[in-house]
Structure formats: C-alpha cells, structure tokens
Design a binder for this molecule. Structure first.
Ligand SMILES: Nc1nc2c(c(=O)[nH]1)N[C@H]1C(S)=C(S)[C@@H](COP(=O)(O)OP(=O)(O)OC[C@H]3O[C@@H](n4cnc5c(=O)[nH]c(N)nc54)[C@H](O)[C@@H]3O)O[C@H]1N2
Ligand SMILES: Nc1nc2c(c(=O)[nH]1)N[C@H]1C(S)=C(S)[C@@H](COP(=O)(O)OP(=O)(O)OC[C@H]3O[C@@H](n4cnc5c(=O)[nH]c(N)nc54)[C@H](O)[C@@H]3O)O[C@H]1N2
Ligand SMILES: [Mo]
Length: 650
C-alpha cells in the first residue's frame, strides 16, 4: 500500500477571488467584478430555471451575528427559500430540538457564573477540558468552591481526570444509564414531588418507562458498575443545586434528540432547572453557533428564534422585508446533501463551512458536492470545499478583522472588533453578500455592523434591549433581553417555580424515549467501536489550526487501549489499516490507557493526512438531522511493511 504523505498541509489565507471557466477546469485568479458577476449569474439562473428551493445557503458559525442575519435575509429575500443552515446540524441541533420541545426555547438554561457557585456538576459526554477550556475554568472554580464533579464518558478523558467519579459507559448507552439513574432517584424517594406535580407533565408514564432499568440491567447494558450508577443518582438528586452539562457524546448519535430528552428528564425529576445555580446546558461548539441559529440562519426559525410556521411572525418579517416568506421549513444541512444526491439542489452559497471534510461518510459527501451546477465558497482559506467551487470569494476573518457581535453558550452577546488589516483583496462577509444581492436587484445598504444589529433588534424581542452601547457597558448581555432599561436574568425558566399557574405557563414534559443502540453494529468483521472527537491542540477540519508547524501539533493517530494494542501486536507509531463498512484509511497507532478494550478514538483534525470521515456513518437523528459521528464499527489490520512515524512524542 502506498505510504501516505503526512507532511502538514499548509493553508494560506485567500487574498483574491477565483473562478473556474469550465466545470472540470482549474480555478484561476479573477477580479472582484468578474467573480461577483459569475456568482450572481449562477444564483439567478438557478432560481429562474429550477425555482427558489434549488438554492441553499450554508452560513458561518464562526462569523458574526450581523453576518448571519444578512446571510439568512439573502436566502429568504433574494432567493425566496428557507434553505439555510450551518454546522449546528452536525453538532448541537439535537440539543436545540430537545430543549425547545421541553421548555419552548433552545438555549442552555444557565450562566457560567452559576457553575462556579453550584453544588454538583455533571459533565455528560463532554470533554470540556479540551473542547471548552474557558468554560472549564468556571468548572474548576466551582470545584475549588466545593462543588462535586462527575463525568460520564466512554473514555477516561482529561475532563474525567478532574472528576470525583468517572462513569465509563459503552458508546451509545446513555439512555439506559439516564433511565437507571431516574429509576433509582424515584425508588429512593429523592425526586422533587412538589416541582413534578406543579411544573411537569408525563411523570407517571416516565416512571413506568424507567421501571425495567434496574441497576443490574443497566450495568449489563452500559458497562458501568451498579454501585457507581446508584452513587451518581444519589449525588445528583440530593445536591442542593446541580448543573447538568452535555455535548457531542450525547448529540452526535442517530438518536441524539432522544438522548438529550433523557438527560433533561433528570433535571425535571429533581427540580434542578429554573433556579439560580441549577440548570441544563449544552456547551455549544463554534464561537458563534448559538448566535447563527438565533439570527435565523436555520431552516425553521426567523431571527430571534421565531417559528416560521407562525403566521404572526412571518407577517412581521414580510412587512419589514417587503417579501413573501414561504410558510414551510427549509432544508437542513442533512436534507441538502440528500437533495444533492437526487439532483434537486442545484446551487449552494457556502460561507465559512468545510462540509467536504466535516460531513460523515466524506467520500459520499464529496461526490454529492460535485453534483451541484453552481457552488460559491466564501472563506478565509482555500479549503477542500473551495477547491470544488465555481467561484471562490476571499473574506475577512470574523476574528480580529471584522466588527460585530457573537453569542456564546450562556446566551451572552458580546462585541468583537476589527483590530487587524485583512490580507490582500479580502473583503467583509457582509459587503460581499450585499454586492451579490445588489446584482440580483436588491439594493441593501447598512452603514456598519451596528445598523444591521439595530434592524435585527427591531424584529427580535429577545434582543431588543441590547444596544451596542449597553453591550459595551455590561461586557455583553444575555438573551432574553427585551428591555433597554433592565438587566436580563442570568438563567431561564424561573417561571416553572411560580405558584400562580398563569405565570408558570406551559409545563415541561418528560420525554418518553427508549434505548436504541448505534446503527453501525460491531460484528466479527468490524469488531471495534470507533468514536471520534477532539483534541486540545487542533480545531475541527484543521483548516484554521492544521498548518502550523508547532511542537503542539501531533497529527492524526488511531488511539487504542494498551490491551488492544498488545492483542493486535501493534506499537505506538506503527501504521495500521483502519476499515469500516464505508471506507479505509491508514493511520499510526497511539496507546491511551484512558480507553477501554474494544474502543478506539480518532479526531477529524487532519483530513488531508488521514480522512477519518471516510470511516464514519451517515446515520442521522430523524428529528435533528445530526449524524452518528460518535459510533462507527471498524477493524484494525496490521500492515506488513511497518515503519514507525518520525517524532512520536509521549
Ligand atoms: N480544541 C478544540 N476545541 C473545540 C473544537 C475543536 O475542534 N478543538 N471544536 C468545537 C466544536 S465545533 C464543538 S461542537 C465542541 C465539541 O466538544 P465535545 O463534545 O466536548 O468534544 P468531542 O471530543 O467531540 O466529544 C466529547 C466526548 O464525547 C465522548 N463520547 C463519545 N461517545 C459517547 C457516548 O456514546 N456517550 C457519552 N456519554 N459520551 C460519548 C467522547 O469520548 C468525547 O470525550 O468543541 C468545540 N471546541
Ligand atoms: N468525525 C467527526 N466529524 C465531525 C465531528 C466529529 O465530532 N467527528 N464534529 C462535527 C461538528 S460538531 C462540527 S461543528 C463540524 C465542523 O465542520 P465545518 O464547520 O465544516 O469545519 P471547520 O473546520 O470548523 O470549518 C470552518 C471554516 O470556516 C472558515 N472561516 C473561519 N472564520 C471565517 C469568517 O469569519 N468568514 C468566513 N467566510 N469563513 C470563515 C474557516 O476557514 C473554515 O474553512 O464538523 C463535524 N464533523
Ligand atoms: Mo460543532
């Protein structure tokens, strides 16, 4: 087998526009006028020949709120469709779906400050020490202030190292574990009966549902000792205030939304929500993935998380924008790739996303992207996705080159500012979108980012109270912030504790969700469970972090536990073949004692060297559209010509 080139790929900033003159020809340098005209012409042709829904927008979860507002407005007003989405779909869409179904709003309920002053922190399927290092500082302060911290993760991660108890469960068995915890809380009489009675529905059905999940059955299915499950149930339920934090270990499954519901059930059972210090939080991924969704860059919500199917909400935007909005949900990112397969989607405007390398089953994703008639990529680097484009537009980086705001996981909107000069001919994302809108007959002029923000504020009650001046004065504000003269509450759903039913509003429903194991089953041909995720030193598809020559950069490995490495007769640094039902890659071995037998781990940070997503399965959550990145079945084969890679460090 050909030896893979593992020289780090160098991405340099895009400094000028590029176009492709014929479908399979090369990209060549172009002027801005030429590139914008070509981009606009392709969109016009698509709309005229195939209708509005043959177009889709991918909007950037790293860029500002203002840019996301303009991108979704372009989609709805200029192109006439609701087909707009982002990498939120690969990530926390199940959290948003689960939280909205229970509480009516998709945001995490608590603030970071509360984590410092809570009594119990449950990190479930989250490696925050690596993936949310700033949030983790708040966790560490909480621990220093006396909070207990438990971790639930198949791997003994760097986060789990800080935990008082680590529950190392089998991948994809979170529902059995959560149900067993729920059952034990009820059996021990530790549930909050008054809260359940007043603020929830479905408790009796839930009690029946979890009844079979005894500690011993749960131990069999999850691999976690019964005593540890019992201990978690008692510690969580008897804490005065508890925070339940989760991330992709919960959401990146074919039943991600059900997993989220199973965790929220525990907070309803104990009343650990809607009070200061107690809550449920998905720690969001990209710096502005929360804001992108809040701005309406998702197919089912208008800006301010206002449902598109609601006639009143649509009417408000229709009159402000002077357009008719289709009364239906648009395509999710997942639907878009399906539609590419069938030739129903013809044109995509991809701003700051790299789906050619981030989608599950990347060979399939690449083939689908190649089916498009017209692909416009607006990025700061020449990504693998950009290499497929008909038009490439160089943007300024939201980070340090652009003015605006972003929104973090605690729903805090904060200002970002241009401090650096952008390279070459790169232009601001918003300006580029407006130029294309102009060529398509929409004369949009905002003086600056603040003018965009003020338009959004006028249409989103949750943001109305957040003027730029107030954001500056308070170092950011959390939504909902409807008033310009009052400070918002730091946590959500305090209403659930009101005694007056009018003020309490809609009760929170227990989720009646059942265990459903991973789709990609292990068997004698594919006996090892592969889970994928992140490391501290690198970022997503590596475009923004992969090219630097730093001693921190480790490159890709397939990580195994010492027992499996010995059984397979492989050692650290040795190249092995890794095969799944979808593809094969070769990668060097790393040995991590934090893994358990039968479990392997890879990142997706170095796809130009080892394309991990050739292995993953596109088995999607039917509610949220998120793929099961966390559970593939693989086999590992020894290669005969073994060569240790250079510079393996411990
Ligand atoms: N350094 C760094 N930070 C990042 C990123 C990055 O690339 N690099 N990316 C950002 C983005 S986009 C996101 S979304 C976040 C993601 O942040 P995290 O979700 O914390 O990161 P992951 O490593 O993908 O997955 C978290 C954990 O899920 C565990 N897990 C796997 N399967 C299961 C399971 O079945 N059940 C349970 N309970 N756990 C399971 C894994 O072992 C892993 O430790 O990080 C953000 N921050
Ligand atoms: N195997 C596996 N695959 C996964 C995951 C996993 O856990 N395992 N996780 C999934 C998750 S959670 C996510 S979020 C996705 C991430 O998937 P993507 O979002 O597709 O990947 P990124 O590498 O984050 O790509 C970000 C792009 O934005 C560009 N960019 C940055 N700032 C700006 C800006 O200001 N303007 C513009 N125009 N562009 C900008 C960067 O250059 C880069 O090309 O990957 C998913 N894929
Ligand atoms: Mo993410």
């Amino acid at each position: 087998m050909k030896k893979r080139d593992r020289t780090p790929k160098t991405y340099s900033r895009l400094t000028h526009p590029m176009v492709r003159d014929e479908k399979n020809g090369p990209l060549r340098r172009a002027t801005w006028d030429e590139a914008l005209a070509k981009a606009a012409e392709g969109f016009r042709r698509t709309r005229t020949e195939h209708g509005p829904d043959a177009f889709a927008m991918l909007s950037c979860a790293r860029a500002t709120n203002e840019m996301n507002y303009v991108a979704q407005k372009f989609t709805r007003v200029v192109m006439g469709t609701n087909n707009v989405d982002s990498c939120n779909r690969t990530c926390h869409a199940p959290s948003v779906a689960g939280l909205s179904a229970v509480f009516g709003s998709g945001g995490g309920t608590s603030s970071y400050e509360e984590v410092e002053h809570t009594d119990f922190i449950l990190m479930w399927g989250s490696n925050a020490r690596f993936a949310h290092p700033i949030f983790f500082q708040h966790v560490l302060k909480g621990i220093r202030n006396g909070a207990r911290m438990y971790a639930v993760d198949p791997r003994r991660t760097s986060t789990a190292e800080w935990a008082e108890s680590w529950l190392g469960l089998n991948v994809g068995t979170d529902i059995p574990l959560a149900h067993a915890v729920g059952r034990e809380i009820i059996a021990a009489g530790l549930h909050n009966k008054a809260f359940i009675e007043r603020a929830t529905t479905g408790f009796e059905e839930y009690k029946k549902l979890v009844e079979p999940w005894t500690l011993s059955l749960a131990e069999k299915v999850t691999g976690v000792p019964a005593a540890a499950i019992k201990d978690l149930a008692h510690a969580y339920a008897s804490a005065e205030r508890a925070q339940l934090c989760w991330t992709l270990g919960i959401t990146e499954h074919h039943n991600g939304t059900d997993n989220v519901r199973a965790l929220i059930n525990l907070s309803l059972l104990t009343g650990h929500v809607g009070r200061w210090g107690a809550g449920v939080q998905p720690l969001r991924g990209q710096n502005n993935v929360q804001g992108g969704g809040d701005m309406g860059a998702i197919p089912n919500r208008l800006p301010g998380f206002q449902d598109i199917l609601d006639d009143g909400h649509r009417a408000k935007f229709e009159s402000a924008w002077d357009v008719v909005i289709q009364p239906k949900y648009g395509m999710t990112l997942t639907d878009m790739f399906e539609a590419m397969e069938h030739g129903e989607l013809k044109a995509v405007y991809c701003i700051g996303e790299n789906p050619a390398q981030s989608e599950a089953d990347s060979d399939q994703a690449l083939r689908r992207l190649k089916n498009l008639d017209h692909l416009v990529v607006q990025d700061i680097f020449l990504t693998k996705t950009a290499e497929l484009a008909d038009v490439v537009l160089p943007a300024t980086a939201a980070w340090a080159e652009t003015d605006g705001t972003t929104t973090n996981s605690e729903r805090r909107v904060q200002r970002v500012r241009a401090a650096l000069t952008p390279p070459g001919e790169a232009r601001e994302d918003i300006e580029i979108i407006c130029d294309i809108a102009g060529l398509l007959g929409h004369d949009w002029k905002w003086a600056d980012a603040q003018a965009v923000w003020d338009e959004l504020r006028s249409l989103s009650p949750d943001h109305f109270g957040m003027t730029y001046d107030r954001l500056d004065a308070h170092q950011g504000l959390q939504w909902p912030c409807p008033d310009t003269d009052k400070l918002p509450s730091s946590f959500l759903h305090g209403r659930l504790w009101e005694t007056d039913p009018e003020r309490r509003g809609k009760p929170a429903a227990f989720g009646l969700v059942e265990h459903d194991p991973p789709v990609d089953l292990t068997d004698e041909n594919f006996p090892i469970r592969l889970t994928t995720g992140r490391r501290l030193d690198s970022y997503n598809t590596g475009v923004q972090s992969g090219s630097f020559a730093s001693p921190l950069r480790r490159g890709e490995y397939i990580e195994l536990c010492p027992e499996d490495a010995e059984r397979l007769g492989v050692r650290v640094g040795e190249e092995v073949r890794v095969a799944s039902r979808r593809g094969t890659v070769t990668a060097p071995v790393w040995v991590d004692p934090g893994l358990r037998p039968g479990l392997a781990f890879m990142t997706f940070h170095f796809p130009d060297e080892v394309d991990t997503n050739q292995l993953t399965i596109e088995a999607n959550c039917p509610i949220a559209g998120t793929a099961e990145f966390k559970a593939s079945a693989i086999r590992i084969e020894k290669l005969h010509a073994n060569e240790p890679v250079a510079a393996v460090r411990s």
